[in-house]
Design a binder for this molecule. Structure first.
Ligand SMILES: CC(C)(COP(=O)(O)OP(=O)(O)OC[C@H]1O[C@@H](n2cnc3c(N)ncnc32)[C@H](O)[C@@H]1OP(=O)(O)O)[C@@H](O)C(=O)NCCC(=O)NCCS
Length: 147
């Protein structure tokens, strides 16, 4: 298993990126100025994009595992890689996500705790309702863990 930084043609991984962020023009807002990694284990299994948010905060903008390979520890391995790679360079690893049972428990398993939220983020910024587990996402929930 290896984790590789992708510096060119990040859109090659659009199918994976869309799993975490289903509106392509929202991905286009950040894709040019992020750092992207993919986890390769006999083929790409997981991707992650991160940005420097200033004040010692490193933010995960997008993380997704190929559906058939979810639940096998790949995303957790990606988070552990980020912690090792950026320990000492940043003080906090942060992620923003919808209030969904598909994502919040994953981050909590990886040691993140809820910090703050942006009310109406999904309803204000997306052109269609984002539904997960039958529930419409409204607020952006931020979770953080020390780096
Ligand atoms: C969220 C996601 C990235 C997790 O990836 P994954 O590779 O399946 O996660 P892992 O197998 O590394 O899981 C790590 C831990 O979290 C747990 N976990 C993962 N998803 C979970 C869920 N929905 N509910 C409860 N626990 C969950 C796993 O059981 C595992 O626990 P363990 O360490 O005790 O074994 C993946 O489900 C995905 O790609 N979802 C679609 C895209 C998405 O929503 N991305 C996040 C948007 S911000």
């Amino acid at each position: 298993m290896k984790i590789i930084e992708i510096t060119e043609n990040k859109k090659e991984y659009l199918d994976l990126l869309l799993l975490a962020d289903e509106q392509e023009d929202m991905i286009d807002r950040y894709l040019d100025h992020v750092t992207m990694y993919v986890l390769d284990d006999n083929g790409v299994k997981c991707e992650c994009v991160i940005t420097d948010e200033g004040n010692g905060v490193l933010e995960i903008k997008n993380i997704a595992t190929v559906p058939e390979y979810q639940g096998k520890g790949y995303a957790k391995a990606m988070i552990e890689f980020l912690i090792k790679q950026y320990h000492g360079q940043y003080s906090v690893l942060q992620v923003g996500t919808g209030d969904s049972p598909l994502t919040i428990p994953f981050y909590e398993k990886c040691g993140f705790i809820r910090s703050h939220s942006i009310p109406n983020f999904f309803t204000d910024n997306y052109d269609h309702p984002i539904i997960e587990c039958g529930v419409q996402l409204v607020d952006m929930i931020y979770l953080q863990r020390p780096l």
